[in-house]
Every structure is written in structure tokens, then in C-alpha cells.
Ligand binder design. Structure first.
Ligand code: FAD
Length: 106
């Protein structure tokens, strides 16, 4: 697979794993830090047009960092936006925790 794909798959793994380990009830500082992290992640993302679109998405759809589940679902929706853009099927966001917290083999 091309670099963008290898990079993409590992990056989504990192991001969804961060959601899976994010606190159920994060304090305000943690919530602010996560928002900042996402913006910086977009701006340093080594596929520039991907990162740029991600930053735009964040500006339009504010990250829901209040709880672990709200963030997991927000991230799933952000990922689905890219899936649609690339003609890939949408993922059922009710299953995000099953996929990324409990884990399943593909
Ligand atoms: P991936 O989309 O990488 O997904 C990996 C696994 O995550 C899947 O096998 C599935 O089990 C699970 N999954 C799928 N959808 C979801 C979801 N919605 N929520 C939770 N889990 C899910 N590529 C481009 O060509 N153009 C772009 O503009 C672009 N922008 C990107 C922006 C970001 C921020 C990132 C991280 C990646 C971007 N990519 C882009 C890469 C692209 O999204 C894919 O990672 C890449 O095409 C490889 O796809 P894949 O089929 O291996 O599965």
C-alpha cells in the first residue's frame, strides 16, 4: 500500500487507541489538552492535505471531549467523513468501543 495508506491506518489506530484510554470523566485541563493535541496533530500530520482537511473538520465540528464515549464517537464520525471522501464504507459508531477498547481481529 501507498505511504498515505500505511500512515493513515497507523494514525487511526493511534487516535482510536487514545480515545479508548481517555478518562470516562476527564477534568477541564485534560479536555483542553486533548483539543489542543488534535489541532496540533492535524497541523503536523505528514500528509499535508489530509492534515489540512482534518483541521477544517475540527473547526466545523468541535471535538466532543467531555467524556470518553463522546470523544470516541466524535472521532468515529471524523474518520467516517474520510471514509466517505475515499469511497470506503461508513463504520457503525455504536461499535467504536467494541473495535478499539475490547478489540477484535480483522
Ligand atoms: P482505515 O480507514 O485506516 O481504518 C483502519 C481500521 O479502523 C479499519 O480497518 C476499521 O476496523 C476501523 N475503522 C474504520 N472506520 C472507522 C471509524 N469511522 N471509526 C472507528 N474505526 C474505524 N487518505 C487519503 O487518501 N486522503 C485523505 O485526505 C486522508 N485524510 C486522512 C486524515 C486523517 C486524520 C487520517 C488519520 C488519515 C487520513 N487518510 C487519508 C488515510 C485514510 O483515512 C486511511 O487510513 C487509508 O486509506 C487506509 O485505509 P484502511 O482501509 O486501511 O482503513
Amino acid at each position: 500500500p501507498a505511504d498515505v495508506e500505511v500512515l493513515g491506518k497507523s494514525s487511526w489506530t493511534l487516535l482510536h487507541s487514545i480515545a479508548a484510554k481517555y478518562p470516562e470523566k476527564p477534568d477541564t485541563k485534560r479536555q483542553q489538552d486533548l483539543k489542543q493535541f488534535l489541532t496540533l496533530f492535524g497541523s503536523f500530520y505528514p500528509c499535508w492535505f489530509c492534515g489540512e482537511d482534518f483541521e477544517k473538520y475540527i473547526k466545523k465540528h468541535e471535538p466532543k471531549v467531555e467524556t470518553q464515549d463522546s470523544f470516541g464517537k466524535w472521532l468515529c464520525e471524523a474518520h467516517n467523513e474520510v471514509n466517505v471522501k475515499l469511497g470506503k464504507p461508513k463504520f457503525d459508531c455504536n461499535l467504536w468501543k467494541k473495535r478499539w477498547k475490547d478489540g477484535w481481529e480483522e
